[in-house]
Design a protein around this ligand. Structure first.
Ligand SMILES: C[S@@+](CC[C@H](N)C(=O)[O-])C[C@H]1O[C@@H](n2cnc3c(N)ncnc32)[C@H](O)[C@@H]1O
Length: 302
């Protein structure tokens, strides 16, 4: 399927991120309201004309949200860091468009892209000092997560904030019984994905286990005022076309990472659900939805 490659082109996780651009854009579209709320909340605590660094910026959903939030409070700089050129280009284009759209002349938002592998280049050297470092779903793709967090803290100006979006609840989007194959497919997919995740981390050269939760990691990295908050994304059924397309992408990804860990009967069910010519095609269903909860861990550099 080309989603998970044998050889990582730019990163350390074996994932071919460039092929995920369309999926990531769809996710950003569905998360836009949540992203806006998170960005507004985080920039509220920053000084005037701050620098916000978004590491592992993906398709640019939060870059856009930060550009809008900064424009609304007098401007600043958004630095986008990613190892994958196709994603960094997409994030830069989207964030610059948001900055241009929202910005009055005296509220300018600058956008600076930085192409870099976070495992080999220190954020402090390429993107600091920052008043806010935002890292969503990226630290767990680095071999040594504790070291990565320490590197992100090093990129903060004194008094600056680190915000990690990690964890939360498993995203749900399928009814319990699809009427095709055995009931409970969503749980078996989640189980297979969890196993894949363990192997994905183990197989990174230089991988180090992280035997504690993120609040402990932030506190150990020297941050104060460590806390977390969570956001719900709730797109009920019957879902919009955007949710249906996202659900097909998501199911394809879960089928891909689940691979041989899934029972052949479930793999057969997935083939049917993912076939646009099959009456069981997922996007035709009126009972697909999107329900997810994401957690943001924050801490302040003394
Ligand atoms: C799960 S995506 C998260 C994207 C975005 N932050 C979000 O929350 O939607 C992980 C991102 O981290 C980037 N990434 C993974 N490993 C990286 C590395 N070693 N250096 C820089 N970026 C990396 C990927 O290219 C991708 O954009």
């Amino acid at each position: 399927m080309g989603t998970v490659s044998d050889v990582a082109a730019h990163t350390h996780d074996g994932i071919d991120w460039a092929t995920r651009l369309t999926t990531m854009r769809r996710g950003d579209e569905l998360d836009a309201d949540t992203n806006r709320a998170v960005a507004r909340r985080l920039v509220r605590a920053l000084p005037d004309h701050p620098t916000v660094v978004d590491v592992g910026s993906g398709a640019g959903g939060m870059g856009v949200a930060f550009a809008e939030a900064l424009a609304a409070r007098g401007g600043g700089t958004v630095v986008l860091v990613d190892a994958v050129p196709e994603l960094l280009d997409a994030a830069t284009t989207a964030t610059r468009a948001a900055a241009a759209h929202e910005t009055a002349a005296d509220h300018a938002v600058r956008v600076r892209p930085v192409l870099a592998d976070l495992a080999t280049e220190r954020p402090a050297d390429i993107a600091g000092p920052a008043h806010l470092v935002w890292a969503s779903g990226v630290v767990h793709h680095l071999p040594d997560e504790r070291r990565m967090v320490a590197d992100l803290v090093a990129a903060l100006a004194p008094g600056g904030w680190l915000a990690l979006r990690e964890g939360g609840l498993t995203t749900r989007f399928l009814p319990w019984d699809l009427g095709v194959g055995e009931p409970g497919l969503a749980d078996r997919l989640a189980h297979a994905r969890a196993e894949w995740f363990v192997r994905m981390r183990e197989s990174m050269p230089g991988a180090v286990r992280l035997p504690v939760g993120w609040n402990v990691v932030l506190a150990e990295a020297g941050l104060a005022e460590v806390t977390s908050f969570s956001n719900l994304v709730d797109r009920p059924a019957p879902a919009t076309q955007a949710v249906r397309e996202w659900a097909v992408d998501q199911l394809r990804w879960l089928a891909d990472v689940g691979g041989d860990r899934l029972h052949p009967a479930d793999r057969h069910t997935l083939t049917r659900l993912l076939d646009p010519a099959d009456p069981a095609y997922l996007a035709l269903r009126d009972d697909v939805f999107l329900l997810s909860a994401t957690t943001v861990y924050v801490g302040r550099k003394p």
